[in-house]
Design a protein around this ligand. Structure first.
Ligand code: C5P
Length: 402
C-alpha cells in the first residue's frame, strides 16, 4: 500500500458508517486516501469524519465551487492510482455499468484511468435481482474487481448476501489491484487442510492439519495475479482475498472438486493432508456401545482412499504439479521415493517431528525435492514466506520469473 493514491468513493448505504475505519486501515498500510461522497452517503457518514481521518479535503458535490476550485473532479480522477467504491449501492453499480455520471463518485469513476474495486452492500433481494447481477457481470467483464458482499444479518432486517465486506477485507483486496502480477494468466488450484472421513453420524477420522500452508500458497498466488481455486477441508481460516474457495469434507469430495477444476488449472499445489483410509461402511446413525458385540473393543474396517495427487499426475494434459510430504523420519529419502512414486514436478517435504515445523505451526522448515534428486533445504520460515519461495520455483517451471 506504500505510496498508493487511493480515491474512496462512498455511496449511500448504511455500511457507509464503516468507511472511516476503511480509510484508517488503508492509511495504516501507507496509502494516501481522498474521499468523494454521493449526497446520499452524507446521510450515513458525516463528510467531516472522512475529512478528519483521511487528512484530505472531501468531495461531496459535483457543482460545489469551493470544492471544485480546490481539486476539480478530473484532477481527482487523474490523481488516483486506485478507485474504491465502498459501499457500492445497487444504484451506483447500475450507474457504473452504464457509464452514467451524475454525482461526484460516478463522474470520477468515468473519468479515471485507474483500476476500480467495488464493495457492494445492499438488501439481499436487491443483490439477487437480475438487473444488479447483470450490471455486476458487465463490470467484471470490464476488469472491475469485486470484494464481497458477505452473508449475514442485514441492517434492513433480512438475512442473506448483502453485507459490505469488512474494511480489512476491502484493504486486502485493494492491495491485490494494480501491483506487479507475475502469475497473471495462470490458474492455480490448491488443496489445503485435512479431510474428515465419517465413521458414524457424529464421529469422523481426521488429522491435525490446520490448512495454514495451503491457505498461504493460495493467498500468495492471488497476490501475484493468478486466478486461484482453493479446495479446502474443514477449516476456520478466512478465505484469502481474491481466492475462490470450495469447501469439502472427505477425500472423495476433494477428488471430485479437484477433478472438476483440473481442466483449467495450469498449476496444482496439493498441500492437503488427505486421509489415506476411510471407514468401509460408515454408520448413518450414531454407534452406541450398548449395541456392540463387545463393550471392550470395536473393529473398524477401513478402505483405501483415492490418491488425488498421483491421479492428477497421470493425467494426459496435466498442469505443473507440486506435492507435499509430511514425514517424521528419513525426510529426504522418503520424499525422493514419494516424488518418484507420485510423479509430481516438485515435492515439498517437511519434518513434522522438528520444532517450528508442520501442523498448526505458523512456521515451516521444508526441503524442496526435485525429480532429478536434487534437494534445496530451507530454514524455518513463516508459511507465507515458504509459499512465496515455492511460487518462485513454480513460476520457473512454467517459464516465468515468479
Ligand atoms: O502419500 P502421502 O499422503 O504422504 O502424500 C502426500 C501428498 O499426496 C500431499 O501432496 C497430499 O495432498 C497428496 N495426497 C493426495 N491424496 C491422497 C493422499 C495424499 O492427493 N489420498
Amino acid at each position: 500500500m506504500e505510496q498508493r493514491r487511493i480515491v474512496l468513493g462512498v455511496t449511500g448505504g448504511i455500511a457507509a458508517y464503516k468507511t472511516p475505519e476503511l480509510v484508517r486501515t488503508l492509511r495504516r498500510g501507507g496509502a494516501a486516501v481522498r474521499c468523494a461522497m454521493t449526497p446520499a452517503a452524507g446521510e450515513f457518514v458525516a463528510p467531516l469524519v472522512l475529512q478528519t481521518v483521511s487528512g484530505e479535503p472531501v468531495r461531496t458535490g459535483l457543482f460545489d465551487r469551493v470544492e471544485e476550485g480546490a481539486i476539480d473532479h478530473v484532477a481527482l480522477a487523474d490523481w488516483a492510482d486506485l478507485l474504491i467504491v465502498a459501499p457500492a449501492t445497487a444504484n451506483t453499480l447500475a450507474k457504473l455499468a452504464h457509464g452514467l455520471a451524475d454525482d461526484v463518485v460516478s463522474t470520477v469513476a468515468l473519468a479515471t484511468q485507474a483500476p476500480l474495486l467495488v464493495a457492494p452492500a445492499m438488501n439481499v433481494n436487491m443483490w439477487r435481482h437480475p438487473a444488479t447481477q447483470s450490471n455486476l457481470a458487465t463490470l467484471r467483464q470490464r476488469g472491475v474487481r469485486v470484494v464481497g458482499p458477505e452473508t449475514g444479518a442485514l441492517a434492513c432486517g433480512w438475512e442473506g448476501e448483502g453485507r459490505m465486506a469488512e474494511p480489512a477485507a476491502i484493504a486486502a483486496a485493494a492491495a491485490l489491484v494494480g501491483g506487479p502480477r507475475p502469475l497473471a494468466g495462470e490458474v492455480v488450484l490448491v488443496t489445503a487442510g485435512g479431510t474428515r472421513e465419517p465413521v458414524d453420524a457424529v464421529r469422523f477420522l481426521g488429522n491435525r492439519s490446520s490448512g495454514k500452508m495451503g491457505f498461504a500458497v493460495a493467498g500468495e498466488a492471488a497476490r501475484r495475479g493468478a486466478e486461484v481455486v482453493l479446495v479446502a477441508g474443514p477449516s476456520a481460516l478466512p478465505t484469502p482475498a481474491g481466492v475462490r474457495r470450495l469447501d469439502v469434507e472427505t477425500a472423495q469430495e476433494m477428488r471430485e472438486a479437484v477433478l472438476g477444476e483440473l481442466p483449467r488449472a495450469t498449476i496444482a499445489v496439493m498441500a492437503a493432508a488427505v486421509a489415506d483410509f476411510r471407514a468401509a461402511r460408515p454408520e448413518i446413525r450414531k454407534i452406541r456401545k450398548e449395541d456392540l458385540p463387545s463393550e471392550e473393543t470395536l473393529t473398524l474396517e477401513l478402505v483405501r482412499n483415492p490418491d488425488i495427487l498421483a491421479e492428477i499426475c497421470r493425467h494426459e494434459r496435466r498442469p505443473v504439479v507440486v506435492g507435499f510430504a509430511a514425514e517424521s523420519q528419513d525426510l529426504v529419502e522418503t520424499a525422493r521415493r514419494k516424488l518418484a512414486r507420485k510423479g509430481c514436478d516438485l515435492l515439498v517435504a517437511n519434518d513434522i517431528a522438528r520444532e517450528g515445523s508442520g501442523f498448526d505451526s505458523d512456521t515451516n522448515a521444508v526441503v524442496f525435492v526435485w525429480p532429478g534428486g536434487e534437494v534445496e533445504e530451507l530454514p524455518s520460515l513463516p508459511k507465507t514466506e515458504v509459499a512465496a519461495l515455492l511460487l518462485d520455483r513454480v513460476a520457473k517451471l512454467r517459464g516465468g520469473d515468479g
